[in-house]
Design a protein around this ligand. Structure first.
Ligand SMILES: Cc1cc2nc3c(=O)[nH]c(=O)nc-3n(C[C@H](O)[C@H](O)[C@H](O)COP(=O)(O)O)c2cc1C
Length: 394
């Protein structure tokens, strides 16, 4: 089993989960990693653990470097089970280790595992002396759970950023410069869109705080370690955190008999005629976590559904519910779709767009049964007008 050194005293001891394809509803076509890091200083310190089925692999990696019984400290930056469910196995082999975490982390670990370890609760600014290096703790509540924390190793200047800057990607290469940057940014964008998007304000606040620290390496809890492209990923986080958008329109729709689909294609042509980039997703075949990834930087979203039982189709409803929880910022939107008699989908979508924080920039467009030539022209015009509004806004 390979051990990878990040720096003089820090080793990667995590696990690569090549076969995971669904991470609580978020698709992971490239697999996942659960990153754990071992610091060998005068004191021995483990940063986070792994998901429980990989605990044996974690302990084997640690054992190649040092007897796990010599671990003095385990830092629990986040209690979510992908990082903490390996903790009980680690504590069995390192029974004298202190577990350092926030107060929210302490109550969370007790509730998850019904174990009372030798806890040491840390707060903002607390420092743990390891010998040559010190660990400084930066709680980042709600990034993305109340217990979340980032730890910074002085001396070797490594930021253990937990879920921030993470990506779901399995690889044998642990560093950013050993992988393709566009692929990493793509996966980091998908991670941010699906997991961190609701917490943009906290992201900006945390980055401002971290800007004061000299950082040579960012070691997240998922994916590769950043050492060469730190400015690129931090700049991306600034953009995403501030809700900065580009001239792109994502059209997401579903259709039972093809009318709303024909509308969507005409609208797309209208958008494209202005030079604005358009993307089209049919929700019954699209991957929702990919759709919201594409929406992250899009300034405009257009949502379509025919009326089904006075409302929108369940696939569209699922996207809207997800989007509402993700609280996107800086976007304009509108609704479209076909109906047969009383209608209702357009209104239902517009309500969801508003409650998601997406500005209704343009009245929606609905048509009865099947679009005729004049209605298709109107759809084209609807897309063109929407793209112009977006163009004027950015
Ligand atoms: C199961 C079902 C339920 C429907 N419910 C409604 C409804 O409640 N109100 C309405 O105006 N039209 C309703 N319609 C009619 C559709 O909205 C209409 O056929 C529309 O043109 C379908 O668009 P599509 O081709 O994009 O699927 C319903 C259609 C189906 C198949």
């Amino acid at each position: 089993m390979n051990t990878v050194k990040l720096s003089e005293s820090v080793y990667y001891v995590g696990a690569v989960d090549w076969n995971l394809r669904d991470f609580h509803g978020y698709t992971t076509p490239r697999g996942v990693t659960y990153n754990s890091y071992l610091i060998i200083d005068e004191k021995v310190c483990l940063i986070d653990t792994v998901k429980a089925p990989f605990a044996r692999e974690l302990l084997e990696r640690i054992s190649q470097i040092i007897d796990p019984g010599k671990i003095d400290y385990v830092i629990t930056n986040h209690i979510e089970p992908d990082h903490s469910s390996g903790l009980p196995a680690v504590m069995t082999r390192a029974p004298h280790a202190k577990v350092l975490l926030t107060e929210q982390g302490r109550t969370g670990i007790i509730k998850h595992y019904q174990q009372n370890y030798d806890f040491q609760v840390v707060k903002e600014g607390d420092v743990l002396d390891l010998g040559c290096n010190k660990l400084q703790f930066v709680p980042v509540p709600m990034l993305h759970w109340p217990d979340s924390m980032i730890s910074y190793l002085t001396g070797e200047q490594i930021l253990f950023s937990n879920d921030a800057f993470g990506q779901h990607i399995s690889t044998t290469k642990r560093f950013d410069d050993e992988n393709e940057l566009p692929e990493l940014i793509y996966e980091a964008e998908k991670y941010y869109a699906n997991i961190l998007q609701p917490f943009g304000k906290m992201v900006v606040k945390a980055i401002n705080k971290l800007n004061e620290l000299p950082i040579k390496i960012i070691a997240p809890s998922h994916g590769v370690v950043w050492r060469k492209h730190i400015p690129d990923i931090v700049a991306k986080y600034q953009d995403w955190g501030h809700g900065n958008t580009v001239g792109k329109v994502v059209i997401a729709y579903d259709s039972m008999w093809g009318s709303t689909e024909r509308m969507a294609r005409q609208i797309l042509d209208g958008v494209a005629s202005t030079g604005v980039t358009g993307k089209l997703y049919k929700l019954s075949v699209a991957d929702r976590s990919e759709v919201v990834r594409d929406m992250l930087e899009a300034g405009g979203v257009l949502i379509g559904s025919p009326t089904l039982n006075n409302g929108m189709m369940p696939t569209t409803g699922a996207l809207m519910t997800y989007l509402k929880g993700l609280r996107p910022t800086g976007k304009i939107g509108a609704a479209f779709g076909a109906y047969g008699w009383g209608g209702g989908a357009q209104k239902a979508i517009e309500e969801m767009l508003s409650s998601s924080g997406i500005a209704l920039e343009q009245p929606g467009i609905s048509l009865k049964w099947v679009p005729d030539a004049a209605e298709l022209d109107k759809c084209f015009e609807f897309g063109r007008e929407f793209a112009h509004k977006l163009f004027n806004k950015i």
